[in-house]
Design a protein around this ligand. Structure first.
Ligand SMILES: [Zn+2]
Length: 299
């Protein structure tokens, strides 16, 4: 295939309807819509392929730099620390506690924290492995399936969260339409997603951590996510960048994706200092946290 010529045979863009795009990173199968600049994968899988992808091997990956997590369950403490920090921020933004829906809730770690802090929390998750884990080990309310299949009462949630979810969806536009339908008037949507226009993304190109071929299907910028939210009468109120709690060892392992030399030097230093297990909060300013409210827009 000639990767320099624009493609005109793509499924219609979810933002502008255009079927043409140019390759941004041909090696990773990533294209930019010529109509609106939205970045997406050139191959969007169907529901069946998605369900296969999010099996146990996704949550216990042997190559997490490329796909999934090293061990999502073993990393529970760090993940929960990140979620506690997020929830505190959501609470400030929401102003009050109430009913919360976590879409793409994985094993339910966020739901458990929300429940402990007084939210009436419900989750939805497509991965059968994650749902089964939650059913056995967590006391949380999780529905297994997609938002489209879930029988939920319209306008019943005060807050909907989508942590690292929207970039995995074959159709983020429909997911946001569901979020709008399920939120109470004035309800809050909080989502995180990698920022394709961030400095890291621009510096590292196809090697940027946010690029995950076959897993991340859409790559938003503040401009494109705001536009998509507004299309569904979800009014963006704030965009900021957030980090994660990780251990020093993991941080060093990920630097290897960018530079093997740096990884070797850091690895030696951390062993010498005895800090490999120390947990740090790392914010590379390339993951957006977007808040939007259900409201009426002039569109
Ligand atoms: Zn477009």
């Amino acid at each position: 295939m000639n990767h320099h010529a624009p493609r005109t045979d793509l499924s219609p863009c979810i933002l502008c309807g255009s079927s043409s795009g140019r390759y941004l990173y041909p090696s990773a199968g990533i294209i930019t819509c010529t109509g609106c600049g939205l970045v997406r994968a050139d191959d969007i899988p169907d529901q069946g392929r998605l369900m296969e992808l999010y099996s146990e091997s996704y949550f216990r990956s042997t190559n997490s730099g490329a796909l999934g997590y090293d061990d999502y369950i073993a990393d529970r403490d760090k993940i929960c620390r990140t979620f506690r920090k997020r929830l505190r921020e959501v609470e400030i933004q929401a102003g009050r506690k109430g009913k919360l829906l976590d879409v793409g809730c994985a094993t339910g770690f966020f739901l458990e924290i929300a429940g402990q802090l007084g939210w009436e929390a419900k989750g939805i998750e497509i991965s059968a492995f994650a749902c089964e884990f939650a059913r056995r080990h967590m006391s949380v309310d999780i529905m297994c399936g997609s938002l489209a299949q879930a029988e939920l009462i319209p306008e019943s949630f005060d807050v909907i969260t989508m942590w690292d979810f929207i970039e995995h969806c074959p159709d983020p536009s429909t997911e946001l339409a569901h979020a709008h339908r399920l939120l109470k008037p004035g309800g809050l949507l909080a989502l995180t997603t990698p920022n394709i226009s961030s400095v890291s993304a621009r510096i590292w190109g196809a090697r940027w951590m946010g690029i995950k071929q076959g897993e991340h299907l859409y790559y938003f910028s503040p401009a494109t996510i705001k536009r998509l939210l507004l299309k569904h009468h979800l009014v963006p109120i704030r965009v900021k960048h957030v980090g994660k709690y990780i251990d020093v060892d993991f941080f060093i392992k990920r630097t290897g994706q960018y530079s093997a030399t740096v990884q070797r030097l850091l690895s030696r230093a951390s062993r010498w200092l005895g800090v490999s297990d120390v947990i740090i909060y790392v914010n590379p300013f390339d993951i957006m946290l977007v808040y939007a409210r259900k409201g009426i827009t002039s569109e």
